[in-house]
Design a protein around this ligand. Structure first.
Ligand SMILES: [Zn+2]
Length: 297
């Protein structure tokens, strides 16, 4: 290992000295192992996508699947806010952290990547073996016929149905953005006036292709994720507070099978008690350090 001081100068922040000590401990656990990586919203904050629950994030209750299905008014609100949020999310670029994760994979150090993010920034950065546990923001699905459509194509339809909507919403001011493309805006009347699009094939209800609160993660994704953990010598969790069971269960699974669980996250997580080592630090710079320092297998 070459040591931190020998790294070439880069514009991003570097780990602080005490963080470096913990990173070296993590290095000791992961070196010589193929490990599974689980990422969450904390990885994308450096790309300008706010976290749900990170420090400074306002508490927010996302719409549940039952609310979405239960009332046309809820769906109107949801799609209006999603249309604004989507226009922001699609402009986001992967950051240093995503690039480091892709590098870990290309160097053969990962059994796979499980992400709770729907923003597709891992794929944009070059990660290949990825489970999008909670779905993807760039697709929509018809709840009746299960056809999937590109969100970009739907954007054209929504813009035709709602001329001037995006411009007015952005002019009114976006109050808050969330990582699932939900956006809170000032102008409630504008939200109420939104016209929703239906499935062009069957007229069914369209839903963004991600897993809502109150909805189960599809079985094949869960099984692929468990397989990544089973194949691995350790589990690294980066940028997730593990608040929801859909992610926490993989940390529990690894711990139950005697595999080290390493957590890198700003702030507390629900998996801290399972962690062999926990680093409370910036995710991008920590992952970059590991991608630079871990030896090839
Ligand atoms: Zn349909």
């Amino acid at each position: 290992m070459t040591g931190f001081a020998s790294l070439p100068p880069v514009p991003a922040a570097e780990p602080a000295r005490d963080e470096l000590e913990v990173l070296q401990e993590i290095h000791g656990i992961l070196a010589g192992e193929r490990f599974a990586l689980l990422t969450g919203a904390g990885l994308s904050t450096d790309s300008g996508i706010p976290d749900y629950r990170g420090p400074g994030a306002a508490p927010r209750a996302p719409m549940t699947y039952q609310e979405f299905i239960g009332a046309p008014d809820n769906r109107r609100r949801y799609w209006a806010r999603n249309h604004i949020g989507w226009s922001h999310l699609r402009r986001a670029d992967p950051n240093d952290g995503h690039a480091a994760v892709a590098r870990l994979e290309h160097r053969g150090l990962l059994t796979g990547l499980i992400t709770q993010n729907v923003d597709r920034l891992h794929e944009d950065a070059g990660s290949v073996n990825v489970v999008d546990l909670h779905g993807r923001f760039d697709q929509v699905v018809c709840l009746a016929c299960h056809r999937r459509y590109s969100r970009t194509l739907l954007a054209g339809v929504l813009t035709e149905l709602n001329p001037g909507f995006l411009e007015r919403a952005l002019a009114a001011g976006v109050i808050e953005m969330a990582p699932d493309a939900d956006a809170t805006v000032e102008d409630e009347d504008l939200i109420e006036s939104f016209v929703v699009a239906h499935c062009p094939a069957c007229g069914g209800t369209l839903k963004p292709d991600f897993v809502y609160f109150g909805e189960n993660v599809p079985k094949d994704r869960v099984e692929r994720s468990y397989a990544m953990v089973d194949e691995a010598g350790a589990l690294l969790v980066a940028g997730s507070s593990l608040t929801v069971m859909s992610g926490l269960r993989f940390a529990r699974h690894a711990a139950k099978h005697g595999k080290p669980v390493v957590i890198i996250n700003r702030g507390q997580t629900r998996g801290d008690e399972l962690a062999t080592v926990k680093l409370d630090a910036g995710v991008s710079e920590s992952l970059r350090w590991l991608a630079d320092e871990l030896p090839p297998l």
